[in-house]
Ligand binder design. Structure first.
Ligand code: F6R
Length: 606
């Protein structure tokens, strides 16, 4: 959470910082600020405000800002409300800081170093600035080392010292920082999307390594002062892949990108029609030797895990748990060296997923991560990694990351069925061939998006909405319902249809919208009975149904037919239809679809 940027180089820094903050805004959008180091004045000036980066632009437009070095921050509030004073950067004495993370012992430090009188905000971050200032005599690095030795919690700190012009210092624990050097100068950021416009080469700053950026050089050293060489990697996202590409919102663009994203993800992991993970160095034994599987993930990524659970149970007849990563360590999980833990995360930075993975590895579990962002913390923590080829996902509500995670899950299931001798080669190939049909099926849904828009118009006024389905349909509806609530603010609940009678049906009244999904042949008759139950209590049913299953259910129901695939693959086109519905509800209501209230894209606090 919180976006951080720093630049020192040949160019004027103001626009670089503001543009980068806009690219990082999905990490938090409560307030924003920049600090620039003016070598002529030997001064650091701060411009900040509560609100969006667009508000900060207005603040900056009124000022003469000429500098070639600066840092910036976009905030997701943790300690202290949303206010100008709590916005970063924080300056105390000669030290200016932006921070991502949580300093857990900030109260103790403020008391021990008598810092309270110098603080103007309610943030833990300002205590870090005050501590650095208290410890700063003449050597910035010494001050950073001393301060960091006292900090408890997670932090990515980016620091300007007023009397060390045009130099940026940074150090981190858990919270990410990536950096790069190009012709134009040196940059750091909390994630690579902000650097993409300059270069596709970057490195992850290792924990507790002090990074020092100058206009024409950068240097890293560990806590003992030993030089650490950056390990550069490349991101294959185009320099413009984080643009909106003509769409009004990233969410729409990202929904539309799904056929290509899934095709890339699948094609990069098959060889002669068979799943192939040799490029990632994943041995067959990883899948052969495990006795149980456990998925750890949060939110949408956890919902992808639920689809994996259904497939692994039914195809491989194996024990698989899907755990909310935030609960995992506290629920005495059954995990040992025979467990394969699969961590799923778009960002690769979700702290709960990271901690759950670390916990499982400490118990001896083998591990595989499904990640979208190269070199992210979870990717580095996991024994093996499979990357989704989704490209940057900028909208806070996840769409293409989810469906590409599903694509990799289908491939993993096929690989496991192959190496565990459940399927012969022909069966695996048949399954992969059907997976390759998914992008075309998505295209068909996208082409008919106007129909979904009309459906969306009919639920704009709903306060409560229910989604019902069975089996895989229930699992995909959990995600469909999350999507709708996060972008439209409609209270939406997904229920397993059979469970309705055990309580929730009490909430169905005249005209309550109920979205039903029917894609599983063996469950269809039961699903239809459940739909009739809610209809007879006055519900207004909107049905998304696999075309081949469409039967007598015609009257009084709004129907969207989904293109036919084998049942287990229907999850993806059905999910895309529900994403579109959520998107249209949100955009028709005039909301900022990409930045729903209270949310942030990367959740780095527990
Ligand atoms: C919802 C959404 C979140 C994320 C969750 C995990 O649209 O995006 O529920 O899925 O915060 O994030 P990652 O996948 O980055 O670990």
């Amino acid at each position: 959470m919180c976006g951080i940027i720093g630049y020192t180089g040949k160019q004027e820094v103001k626009e670089i910082l503001l543009d980068a903050l806009e690219a990082l805004e999905y990490r938090g959008y409560d307030s924003a600020g920049i600090a620039v180091s003016d070598s002529a004045k030997r001064d650091v000036e701060i411009f900040k405000c509560a609100g969006r980066v667009s508000d900060l632009r207005k603040v900056c437009a009124q000022e003469e800002i000429h500098a070639k070095c600066g840092i910036g921050h976009t905030r997701w509030a943790t300690h202290g409300g949303v206010s100008d004073a709590n916005a970063h950067p924080h300056k105390v004495g000669r030290v200016t800081v932006v921070h991502n993370g949580i300093i857990e012992n900030y109260k103790e430090l403020a008391a021990e170093y008598h810092l309270s009188g110098q603080l103007q905000s309610e943030t833990d971050s300002e205590v870090a600035a005050a501590l650095l200032n208290a410890l700063y005599e003449s050597d910035p690095k010494e001050a950073v080392y001393k301060a960091v030795a006292r900090l408890e919690g997670t932090f990515a700190l980016v620091i300007l010292f007023e009397d060390v012009p045009e130099t940026i210092f940074s150090i981190r624990n858990v919270s990410p920082i990536v950096a790069t050097q190009s012709e134009e100068g040196c940059m750091l950021a909390s994630d690579v999307t902000a650097l993409c416009r300059f270069t596709n080469r970057y490195f992850v700053v290792p924990e507790y390594c002090l990074l020092e950026l100058h206009a024409d050089s950068l240097r890293m050293q560990d806590m003992e002062g030993n030089v650490v060489e950056p390990e550069y990697m490349e991101v294959n996202w185009g320099l413009n892949s984080s643009d909106k590409g003509g769409y009004p919102f990233y969410m729409e663009k990202e929904i539309m990108e799904q056929p290509k994203a899934i095709q890339n993800t699948v094609e990069n992991h098959i060889q002669n029609g068979m799943p192939d993970f040799t490029e990632e160095g994943i041995p067959d034994s990883l899948f052969q030797e495990c006795e149980r599987v456990c998925v750890v993930a949060c939110g949408t990524a956890m919902h992808a895990g639920l689809i994996g659970q259904a497939l692994i149970k039914s195809i491989l007849n194996m024990h698989i748990d899907v755990e909310l990563a935030s609960e995992y360590m506290y629920t005495d999980p059954v995990v040992d060296e025979k467990t394969l833990v699969i961590a799923i995360s778009q960002s690769g930075e979700t702290i709960d997923t990271l901690e759950a993975l670390k916990y499982a590895r400490r118990q001896g579990a083998r591990s595989l991560a499904i990640i979208n962002v190269k070199g992210s913390s979870i990717a580095r923590e996991s024994e093996f990694v499979l990357y989704t080829d989704a490209g940057p996902e900028m909208a806070v509500a996840s769409t293409k990351a989810y469906t590409t995670q599903l694509a990799l899950i289908y491939l993993i299931v096929a690989k496991m069925a192959q190496v565990r001798g459940v399927w012969n080669e022909a069966q695996v190939k048949e399954y992969i061939a059907e997976l390759l049909r998914v992008p075309a099926a998505i295209e068909q849904v996208l082409e008919r998006r106007r129909e979904i828009h009309l459906i969306a118009k009919n639920i704009l006024e709903a306060k409560d909405l229910f989604m019902i389905g069975r089996g895989l349909d229930y699992s995909l509806l959990l995600e469909g319902s999350l999507k709708l609530k996060e972008v439209s603010y409609i209270h939406s609940e997904a229920y397993a249809s059979g469970e309705l009678k055990h309580g929730p049906i009490a909430l169905i009244t005249n005209h309550t919208p109920v979205v039903a999904v029917v894609t599983q042949s063996r469950l269809m008759q039961k699903e239809i009975s459940n739909i009739k139950e809610v209809q007879s209590r006055g519900a207004r049913v909107i049905l998304f149904i696999k075309e081949a299953l469409l039967q007598e259910l015609k009257q009084e129901i709004e129907i969207f037919t989904l293109p036919d695939l084998k049942d287990e693959f229907m999850v993806i086109p059905a999910s895309v239809a529900l994403q579109l519905m959520a998107y249209y509800v949100s955009s028709d209501k005039g909301f900022d679809v990409d930045k729903p209230r209270n949310l942030a894209k990367v959740v780095t606090v527990e």
